[in-house]
Design a protein around this ligand. Structure first.
Ligand code: MG
Length: 338
């Protein structure tokens, strides 16, 4: 009997193959009659977009299963609000109309922990100006679930719909900050690795930052599971361009580099929860960068690559000593990172 493998939830090639083969194949045959030329399930974008008058209604959903639920720099509550707010923002919907919050708890889960998680959710809602408007609670028996799972769904309205497939040759790629912090902070916590200096998850709602630059981007994606490498591969292949990535321009904190080397994991391949990858026309790149630098979440934003017509779907890593193709990861190196 064929069974689901962990790597099929890892945000990379293996997961996309499962989704395409099982879910998208069947759901895409349903009449998508209310889309009005918008974004449906077969696009496999950060969310869906449905035309409503002059606006786009953007919808996205995400289930959060992170382990451990409290990690350096955040917890599952902050993550569950930020993840959905960010997916809305990646499609241009920086103003959140409403969020839903569905919590599944294991019998015996600490009520004190639940209250801490709840406070984190409220704080992230205040930061992102996003109201939770409805929810659902279920409890499963001891051992039937590992602690807590939180699903959030978000809706937002935007005039400017942004896709992940809008890159053209000549566009610059901008990353809004240093990479790899969420994935490596969680892995360090899970493995009990002691590090000099702080290694904190970057988990944060980005909509207020994205609102300052959303009119100038050609494509956008948040590099969550599978990291910058997965996200750039997906953007490049959907857009039909190649991307030359300047490795030395990619911002990586020393603590991230250290833990990455210790675990043998490239920061390009691990999850971020407060970073975005943007495509920008060459002429607008410096201006977008300057605006990002003014936002607390964008201080380390950098131009890290250029889109080219050659090798569509590929990422060429320019190391400064030579060039090589960046392999597309199967998925996130470790499960339950978000
Ligand atoms: Mg996303």
């Amino acid at each position: 009997m064929n069974r689901v493998a962990l790597k099929q939830g890892g945000g990379g090639r293996a997961m996309r193959a499962l989704i395409e083969k099982v879910f998208v194949r069947d759901f895409a045959t349903l009449p998508q009659h209310e889309l009005n030329g918008g974004v449906g399930i077969s696009a496999m974008d950060d969310g869906a977009a449905i035309k409503l008058g002059d606006d786009w209604l953007v919808i996205t959903t995400d289930s959060h299963v992170i382990h451990p639920i409290f990690f350096p720099g955040g917890d599952i509550g902050r993550l569950s609000i930020s993840g959905t707010v960010n997916d809305l923002a990646m499609m241009g919907a920086t103003r959140v109309l409403g969020l839903t919050c569905s919590v599944i708890l294991e019998e015996g889960f600490s009520l004190e922990w639940l209250e801490v998680i709840q406070r984190s959710m409220v704080e992230a809602c205040i930061e992102s100006n996003a109201p939770v408007v409805t929810g659902d609670t279920k409890v499963m028996g001891r051992g039937e679930l590992d602690g807590i799972v939180i699903n959030t769904t978000g809706i937002g309205l935007t005039r400017t719909l942004v896709r992940d497939n809008g890159l053209s040759a000549g566009d610059r790629i901008i990353v809004t900050g240093s990479i790899g912090e969420h994935g490596l902070a969680v892995m360090a916590a899970r493995h009990g690795i002691e590090i000099d200096g702080d290694l904190l998850s970057d988990v944060a709602p980005m909509n207020s930052m994205i609102a300052t630059i959303v009119g100038d981007v050609t494509a956008m994606k948040d590099p969550t599971r599978g990291g910058v490498s997965s996200a750039l591969h997906e953007m490049a292949s959907k857009s039909g361009v190649g991307i030359v990535l300047d490795e030395r321009a990619v911002p990586v904190l020393p603590a991230v580099r250290a833990v990455g080397e210790l675990l043998g994991i490239d920061p390009l391949h691990v999850a971020n929860e407060g970073k975005a990858l943007l495509g920008v026309r060459a002429g607008a790149a410096q201006d977008v960068l300057a605006r990002l630098h003014q936002h607390p979440l964008g201080r380390r934003a950098a131009i890290i690559g250029t889109c080219v017509a050659e090798r569509p779907g590929s990422i060429v890593l320019d190391t400064g000593f030579g060039k090589r193709l960046l392999a597309e990861p199967e998925g996130e190196p470790l499960p339950r990172i978000c």
